[in-house]
Design a protein around this ligand. Structure first.
Ligand SMILES: *Cc1c(COP(=O)(O)O)cnc(C)c1O
Length: 430
């Protein structure tokens, strides 16, 4: 037995993995990571895997970036963590000051949490209490989209469209007004109509700007989002942008809202915030929302919500250095150039493949949808398994193969990903 197999056995004995059927965990030959170098993960046997999913969409500049490692070491020598409840920490102030001019929110205020789901949960509670604090009754529901994914807590799950076995929790999910998913070209226009129709009962509209990631990388045209923002303004409904997946350069601009020309009232950030180093998320509230919570000390206008590790100093130190690095290294230019290269490679090598139904790409977010002749073939899973065998780490969403490389990916590495995907497709669908 190689070391990986024995580590997988020890793993399966005690560790419970998310979105994973544990009875087949070891059969699916999990990669047990020992360390990493740049864009590659190295397993316990020394085998190397190109991290083509950015460790489930969180990594931006690769692993063990010397500047980020140093920022972490420097912060450890000051303090690892201190509470944000009623008190502050200098590196958190510095991070908020650095983010403020960059985020697409007017008069931004930063409420830190740990996971993306918690950032969404905070946004939906902020929107709800906003109207209560304003003395407005009846604005207690949300408009969300088909295909939406906002995280796995009950609140964020309620905003999400379901699927992936979440139907079981329907009795716990609160109802929302549901617009079509991004796979429907009329989704944004329909959403605008629904905002007009339900305006007076809506606390907020929640949307993933530009790309619905977990839905299978479905894209909506940037221009349509401004109309949605207009519809919200006309009905005085708050706009929540969930940029947990698309934020920090993933789509070719620092934030997807920039491309969409929208300034949401509430913005959720997570994943890439800390370059994939540490769990940290943030809900950014605009001035109008923030002001509605001001009042006498301990009054009911206060936000009675806060996560223990929100504003963790180590995470914020990395996030702060990461923001500077994105600019210093002109990472967005790389995203745009490599995105065009990837588009060309996929058009040449993957699109003509009879097993491929569609390819969707925005920046360095890509979904290759397969076209299995009938159900139950598990093509997505098997194509990715074959790619992993060939040294490229991929993980599908159903029958959509996701390619989500670090933002600093090179031309040579993109070619390696596409070569491996082509070989895996040939092997599995032969
Ligand atoms: C991943 C994701 C989340 C949830 O973030 P977690 O850190 O996994 O809780 C929320 N919204 C979107 C759009 C995401 O892609």
């Amino acid at each position: 037995m190689d070391r990986a197999a024995s580590w997988a056995k020890r793993d399966a004995a005690l560790v419970w993995h998310g979105f994973t059927q544990m009875s087949s965990f070891t059969e699916n030959r999990p990669v047990i990571v020992d360390r990493a170098e740049g864009h590659e993960l190295v397993d316990v046997d020394g085998r190397r895997y190109l991290d083509a999913i950015s460790s489930l969409w969180v990594n931006t500049l690769g692993h063990r970036v010397p500047e980020l490692d140093q920022a972490l070491r420097d912060q450890i020598d000051r303090v690892a963590h201190s509470t944000m409840l009623g008190n502050g920490n200098r590196v958190v102030v510095e991070l908020a000051e650095a983010l403020a001019p960059l985020v697409p929110v007017d008069g931004p205020h930063f409420l830190f949490a740990s996971d993306g789901a918690a950032a969404v949960e905070q946004a939906l509670k902020l929107a709800f209490q906003y109207w209560a604090n304003c003395g407005v009754e009846g604005r207690t529901t949300y408009l969300a989209f088909g295909g939406a994914y906002h995280g796995d807590t009950i609140g964020s799950l309620s905003l999400g469209a379901g699927g992936f076995g979440t139907d079981l929790f329907d009795p716990l999910r609160f109802p929302v007004v549901r617009a079509p998913g991004f796979d429907d070209p009329r989704c944004l226009a329909t959403a605008c109509d629904l905002v007009s129709e339900h305006g007076a009962s809506l606390a907020a509209v929640v949307v993933e700007p530009l790309v619905q990631g977990a839905a299978g990388m479905h894209l909506a045209p940037a221009a349509g989002f401004a109309s949605l923002a207009d519809a919200c303004r006309a009905q005085d409904v708050l706009l929540i942008a969930d940029e947990v997946a698309v934020g920090f350069g993933r789509t070719g601009t620092l934030f997807a809202s920039d491309q969409c020309g929208i300034r949401p009232d509430l913005l959720c950030l997570g994943k890439g915030l800390t370059a994939g180093y540490l769990p940290q998320s943030v809900t950014v509230a605009g001035q109008r929302v923030f002001d509605a919570f001001l009042g006498p000390d301990l009054s009911e206008r206060t936000l009675f919500h806060g996560h223990s590790y929100g504003g963790n100093a180590l995470a914020c130190a990395v996030a702060l250095r990461h923001l500077a690095l994105l600019a210093e290294r002109d990472v967005l230019a790389n995203v745009r150039a490599r995105s065009e290269e990837l588009r060309g490679l996929l058009q040449m090598r993957i699109e003509p493949h009879p097993a491929v139904r569609a390819i969707r790409l925005q920046g360095l977010m890509c979904g290759v949808e397969l076209a299995p002749p009938h159900d139950g073939l598990r093509w997505g899973r098997r194509v990715c398994a074959s790619a992993v065998e060939r040294g490229v780490l991929l993980r599908p969403l159903g029958d959509v193969v996701v390619i989500m490389p670090p933002l600093t990916i090179t031309s040579g590495e993109l070619k390696r990903i596409v070569d491996v995907l082509a070989a895996a497709l040939d092997e599995v669908t032969a």
